[in-house]
Design a protein around this ligand. Structure first.
Ligand SMILES: Nc1ncnc2c1ncn2[C@@H]1O[C@H](COP(=O)(O)OP(=O)(O)OP(=O)(O)O)[C@@H](O)[C@H]1O
Ligand SMILES: [Mg+2]
Length: 224
């Protein structure tokens, strides 16, 4: 419902349309399951895109996890909720939208209609995959959705969960980012400290960040 408000706001729509003309990019991070890394992904994609040009993160989740992240520490880009969107954001080259789990069908239709890319994070486990099948099924009924699945919190060897799920998704011809996000405690530390992962004191912080850099770079190759 809140998303309806956001996307239905005349100024916002106007901004989106103009943005498409300018070749700018709106990316929505969504999934039918909670806790699969949507907010972590939205924060780090926004961090990556801020390095490319002015970026805005819209927290459209009523839980306000992204806003909370920003409040706890500091992020290199502004975070607003959907109520604060008022069409004054013309100078942002990238807009990333974080959503709540399981958007309803109407929200999903609006998102697909208004953004350039849907990023669907999923963890490599059965429950998340079941939810992913539902999401993809819904998307299949919408006009030409552009989406990419992102494997998140991929456990280290000897677990083969990441590879197994990757092969499964590729066999069923699902669009999947080449790069997955590995499971690192550094991401939880980053959420706690309210900073991007590269700022936390953790031996894996840089590796964790580089996973998202690689995904950001893949997105740049998709951009029109
Ligand atoms: N790559 C990762 N490695 C380790 N932990 C991760 C990773 N990605 C996310 N997490 C952790 O998993 C939990 C859920 O992540 P996050 O809040 O990003 O998911 P979400 O999909 O936004 O959840 P919600 O549906 O509640 O909004 C958090 O504790 C987060 O720190
Ligand atoms: Mg979230």
């Amino acid at each position: 419902m809140l998303l309806n408000l956001l996307l239905g706001y005349p100024g916002y729509k106007h901004t989106l349309i103009r943005r498409q003309h300018l070749g700018n990019m709106i990316i929505t991070v969504t999934s039918f399951k909670g806790g699969v890394g949507k907010t972590t992904t939205a924060i780090h994609l926004a961090t990556f895109f801020q390095g490319q040009g002015e970026t805005l993160l819209i927290d459209a989740d009523p839980n306000r996890s992204a806003l909370g992240w920003a409040r706890r520490g500091g992020l290199p880009f502004p975070v607003v909720d959907e109520w604060q969107v008022d069409g004054q954001y013309d100078h942002y080259r990238h807009i990333i939208i974080d959503t709540q789990a399981r958007p309803n069908q109407a929200d999903l239709a609006l998102l697909v209609g208004h953004c350039h890319l849907l990023v669907l994070p999923t963890t490599p486990d059965v429950l998340a995959l079941e939810a992913l099948v539902l999401t993809v099924d819904h998307l299949g009924r919408l006009p030409a959705p552009q989406y990419r699945i992102l494997l998140t919190a991929v456990p280290p060897p000897p677990s083969r969960a990441g590879e197994t799920v990757r092969s499964l998704l590729l066999e069923t011809q699902q669009p999947l980012f080449d790069q997955g996000i590995r499971r690192y405690a550094a991401f939880q530390k980053a959420a706690q400290a309210g900073v991007p992962v590269y700022e936390v004191k953790d031996p894996k912080a840089e590796q964790a960040w580089q996973d998202y850099v690689a995904v950001g770079q893949e997105i740049l190759t998709l951009a029109p």
